[in-house]
Design a protein. Sequence first.
Length: 433
Amino acid sequence: MNAIIAKRVDSGTPDTTEIRDLAEAAGYTVVGAVTQSRRADSALQLGEGKAEELAERVVDTDATTVIFDNRLGPYQTYNLGQLLPKGVEVIDRFTLILEIFGQRAQTRKAQLQVELAELRYELPRAEAKTSLAKRDEHPGFMGLGEYDESRERDIKDQISRINDELEQIEQTEEHRRERRRDSGFDLVALAGYTNAGKSTLLRQLADDLSVDENKDLHRDLDPTAESQDKLFTTLGTTTRRAAIEPRNVLVTDTVGFVSDLPHWLVESFKSTLDSVYRADLVLLVVDVSEEIDEIHEKLVTCHDTLYERNEAPIVTVLNKIDQVDDEELEEKKAALSSLAPAPVTVSAKTGTNVDTMLERIDHELPEWEEERLMLPMTDETMSLVSWIHDNANVDDVSYGDEDVVVSFEARPAVISQARSRASELQATAAESA
């Protein structure tokens, strides 16, 4: 599918790098670009002369699609479609992003979020058609087709239904997170923009490619995290166990941010970000090879999104240090010090400094507590001792004639559960005596 990129900016030089990457991620072959620096035209987004140039480029390149890096209104989309050759599709940045999301959505949750975003995109257009058609007392909307007031109601009903189903899924996932915490797992989330290297970093951190849990309940453990130079490779979440002794750490790779997303689109995918908001630690991954202004802008956006609901500490990871020299790296660290005061510098591709990052993760996660339990000598006690071995770092186990003493350190949640089970054993033993 050949596509022409179009972009207008109020001033300065239009940058089409990201929209080209997005188009290629969706499967388009970009065969040209038309850009303009001027105020937006209400009818065509571009000026009339530039729009005619766009039509000529479409003919010359046999393009089947025009992709605007600007947001198009329904009236602009219609007018551009009339100007271009018949059969040429006109889409904007947000339609393209939804197209990519739809291609990558593998889980029920991801598919619902795509559907929700599409409906939220369509709703104001349906409302506009209804409002203007009523006002002008005619059944069409500027040649865009018949309006149907019931469509607006249908969209709102579908949005409500999807929100209800997503809430049920989130309750299931929250139960999963609590089960993992109760089993002694610390939860770490990878956040950041697309192509920052999160999936590659996850593969460096992974101790193994599976966790011994119920795969029907924990479906995020099934797929292997891909490492591809594509936007939105990770739309769902992928979780792996990290090698951080003596802790049991699960690291989750989440959907990547992309610049200039409207609120309605971010809102549609907020349940995906719950893996970040509910984590014990967030690793904010940044591509340090990018220009400093771009890194700064992305960090500001990430902080605004994460700090809105996140309570866990955030550690900035400056990735791809293999693509910059030492002097450039130090200059960028200094320039970003207000946003990333103590970053970790790594190369997920080569593995450089990954050990340092593992140490930092261990340092930032909640401290383990020490405990010493005296248990009655019963068959059930051996089961508890085995469970403590699986979920804690055992320092010593002493076996007496009538009791077992276990000294260990673990997460507070594990210690609380061990104490509760120990109390039950002691009560049962006292009743039998």
